[in-house]
Design a binder for this molecule. Structure first.
Ligand SMILES: [Zn+2]
Length: 227
C-alpha cells in the first residue's frame, strides 16, 4: 500500500516536471518565433482645416475625401500587422492658430511627425484636379532623387494599372514637400481627378475607395517583399 502511494506521488512529480518542461519549451518557441519585425508607415491625409485642397466637379472637398481614404488605408495596414501613424485623424489642419503662414506651418508639423516616427514608408493621400475636366487617372508621385521612392511608387502604380478604372500607366517624379522632406521612401498617391465628373463619382463610391486602398496595400507589400 505504502509502495503504491509513493509510486503515485512519483507519477505526479514526473507529470508536474513534464508539464513545466513543455511550458518552458513552448515559451521558448513562442518567444523565438515572435515578435515578427514590424514595419512602420506614416499615412498622411493631405490638406485639412482652412485648406480644403481641390474642389470637385460637384463640390467634393478633397480634404474630406483624403481623410476617408486615409482611414481605410490605416485599417488595411493595421490588419496586415503594420504599425501606423496618422498625420491627422480629423478634419482639422495641423497648423498653429497663431501661425502667420498656416500652410507652411501645417507642412512643418507633418514633417515633424514623420521625423519623430522614423517610418519605413510614407504614404500621402490626395485627389488630383485639373482645369481640363477630361483629365483622369490615379497616379503615384515620388521625389526626384529617391530610388526607393520610385520603387515604391512603381509598385503601387502597377496595382492601380491592374485594379482601377483608366489609371495613368506610370508613376512620375513630383516636387512636393512631403516627398522631399524625408529620407524614408515617401510617395504622394493621387487617387484620381475630382475635377473629372465621372471619376469624381467613382472616387465617392465605397467599393472604389476600398479598391484603391487595397491596391495601395498590395503595392506596399510587394515593395517590401522584393526590396
Ligand atoms: Zn491635394
Amino acid at each position: 500500500m505504502k509502495f503504491l502511494v509513493i509510486k503515485k506521488k512519483a507519477i505526479y512529480i514526473f507529470l508536474a516536471i513534464l508539464l513545466a518542461v513543455l511550458c518552458a519549451v513552448s515559451f521558448m518557441v513562442v518567444s523565438t518565433s515572435s515578435p515578427k519585425p514590424m514595419y512602420t508607415i506614416v499615412i498622411d491625409a493631405g490638406h485639412g482645416g482652412i485648406d480644403n485642397g481641390s474642389i470637385g466637379y460637384s463640390g467634393t472637398l478633397e480634404s474630406e475625401i483624403n481623410l476617408w481614404y486615409a482611414k481605410t488605408l490605416q485599417q488595411y495596414c493595421t490588419e496586415f500587422g503594420f504599425f501606423v501613424t496618422m498625420t491627422r485623424s480629423n478634419d482639422n489642419g495641423l497648423y498653429s492658430p497663431f501661425a502667420k503662414n498656416k500652410k507652411k506651418d501645417d507642412m512643418k508639423q507633418r514633417q515633424k511627425i514623420i521625423e519623430n516616427t522614423s517610418p519605413d514608408i510614407v504614404i500621402s493621400i490626395h485627389m488630383n484636379s485639373f482645369p481640363e475636366s477630361s483629365s483622369r487617372g490615379a497616379q503615384v508621385f515620388y521625389a526626384k532623387d529617391s530610388e526607393a521612392g520610385k520603387l515604391l511608387a512603381d509598385s503601387i502604380q502597377d496595382q492601380f494599372v491592374k485594379n482601377l478604372v483608366k489609371p495613368r500607366q506610370s508613376s512620375e517624379v513630383g516636387d512636393y514637400y512631403i516627398v522631399n522632406c524625408t529620407t524614408a521612401p515617401s510617395v504622394i498617391v493621387e487617387c484620381g481627378f475630382v475635377s473629372n465628373p465621372e471619376e469624381e463619382q467613382l472616387l465617392l463610391q465605397e467599393d472604389y475607395k476600398d479598391k484603391v486602398c487595397y491596391s495601395v496595400v498590395c503595392g506596399i507589400l510587394k515593395y517590401l517583399m522584393i526590396n
